[in-house]
Design a binder for this molecule. Structure first.
Ligand code: HAM
Length: 409
């Protein structure tokens, strides 16, 4: 038997309904915030991710679905959505136009990670990217929008924020961190030892408890920010406070992708186990330029859809449409004929096996029909039909002619 690949799964039934409900809700809110939909290819040149997510990141280093295609091109299945949208922004010369551009997207992402609860090799993100707005008000607005999506879906969360500084303050901070880490090397894990040379700030969010123990007195980025980064960070905190969005400053929050500067944030759920980040994002003012576009400030986020599915409760679907059934074999042709009239514009279910009334009512309930319409012996003789409105719980027998008038309601 052939099963899905490790870390990948089919989406069906209740989860598929929740997925679509999530996409509808999040898309509507994003559209209200001025975002328009974009879909970029799943496959991109590997170089795109190396240059954006970063060669020293785990995603690029260990987790890419990378291969050479039949034309000899080095390509990759996207591990995240931002790089593709930035590539789209530059490919379409939007960086050369005045103004602000905001895009939302959703779709599958691929990371060759060790699968566990909430961590898959194929997973789906819903993301937004805002280009051309340097103001920290936009960082706040992005966070406000994510909170609006989670609030609308009744999903509880806590919010961690940090500032990763800029090209002025980050290198100085990085140097001081590397210096601090020098005499801790023997107590740090293998990964952290490697990171000291490749990407030292990633040491800060190592999950290993022994490493965290060593980091207790490490210098903090939040106390090493330059004036501009500091004032933006203070403003962000004040905007969140003024607008009742609770947060915690977590100076160890560095994110696993290399393109961020200034604001970085993560939304976390306490209800889903160890893989608890349900959304992450931040500002990435240098990325457009780094991918050969005109310098353009940008900020964005992505929500991990699989991680929120279990937290979503679907609204009770309203009953709709018609269920047709016959209690006598000779009435089946007749219900098929009547049902035909209802099929444009209504959800219609026709049962082709004659059954007792109770069984038909069960069938109508199963498909959540509003009306259960049945022809039995008497109705067949009298050219009538028995109809029950399952919402109002009213039932009556009417002539077929009157019943067809329901079509005009
Ligand atoms: P990220 O933090 O790598 O950021 O991913 C965003 C979210 O995707 C995570 O918070 C998590 O919910 C979900 N996620 C990540 N990996 C997995 C996995 N293996 N299985 C299930 N869910 C996962 C980004 O990808 C950035 N592109 C976000 C961004 C957009 N920053 C700026 N704009």
């Amino acid at each position: 038997m052939i099963n899905p690949l490790r870390g990948m799964k089919d989406l069906a039934f209740e989860d598929a309904k929740k997925f679509n409900f999530f996409i509808d809700t999040a898309s509507k809110i994003a559209a209200n915030y001025g975002y328009s939909y974009v879909e970029t290819p799943i496959l991109e040149e590997t170089a795109l991710f190396k240059r954006s997510v970063g060669e020293s990141s785990d995603i690029v280093n260990k987790e890419m679905y990378q291969f050479t295609d039949k034309g000899g091109n080095d390509i990759c299945m996207r591990p995240e959505g931002t790089a593709g949208v930035v590539r789209f922004f530059i490919s379409n010369k939007l960086d050369r136009q005045q103004g602000k551009f905001k895009f939302f997207y959703y779709g599958p992402m691929f990371r060759y990670e060790r699968p566990q609860r909430g961590r898959f090799r194929e997973f789906h993100q819903f993301g937004c990217e805002s280009f051309g707005e340097a103001s920290v008000y936009e960082d706040y607005t992005i966070i406000e929008m994510i909170a609006a999506i989670f609030d609308e879906l009744n999903i509880g969360y806590t919010l961690d924020i940090n500032s990763l500084g800029c090209s002025e303050c980050m290198p100085k901070y990085r140097d001081s961190l590397v210096q601090f880490l020098q005499d801790k090397k023997e107590h740090l894990c293998e990964d952290c030892n490697r990171r000291i040379n490749t990407n030292p700030i990633r040491v800060l969010d190592c999950k290993n408890e022994k490493c965290q123990e060593q980091l207790k007195n490490a210098p903090k980025i939040t106390t090493s920010l330059c004036e501009s980064c500091n004032s933006d960070f203070e403003k962000l905190k004040s905007l969140l406070e003024q607008n009742g969005i609770e947060f915690k400053v977590n100076s160890n929050l560095v994110r696993g992708l290399d393109y961020y500067n200034k604001t970085a944030f993560e939304f976390v759920s306490s209800q889903i186990g160890a893989q608890n980040a349900i959304a992450g994002g931040g500002r990435y003012d240098k990325l457009v330029e780094f991918l050969d576009g005109k310098p353009t400030p940008a900020v964005g986020f992505a929500i991990g859809i699989e991680r929120v599915l279990d937290l979503i409760e679907l609204p009770k679907p309203k009953r709709s449409g018609f269920y047709f059934g016959a209690m006598d074999e000779n009435a089946i042709d007749k219900i098929v004929n009547i049902a035909k009239n209802f099929k444009s514009g209504n959800k219609v279910t026709v049962e082709f096996t004659h059954k007792k009334l109770k069984a038909h009512l069960k069938g109508a309930d199963r498909c959540n029909a509003r009306y259960c319409a049945i022809i039995g012996d008497n109705e067949l003789k009298e050219n009538s039909i028995w109809v029950k409105d399952l919402e109002k719980k009213e039932e009556k027998t009417v002539s077929i002619e009157d019943f067809l008038k329901l079509l005009k309601i």
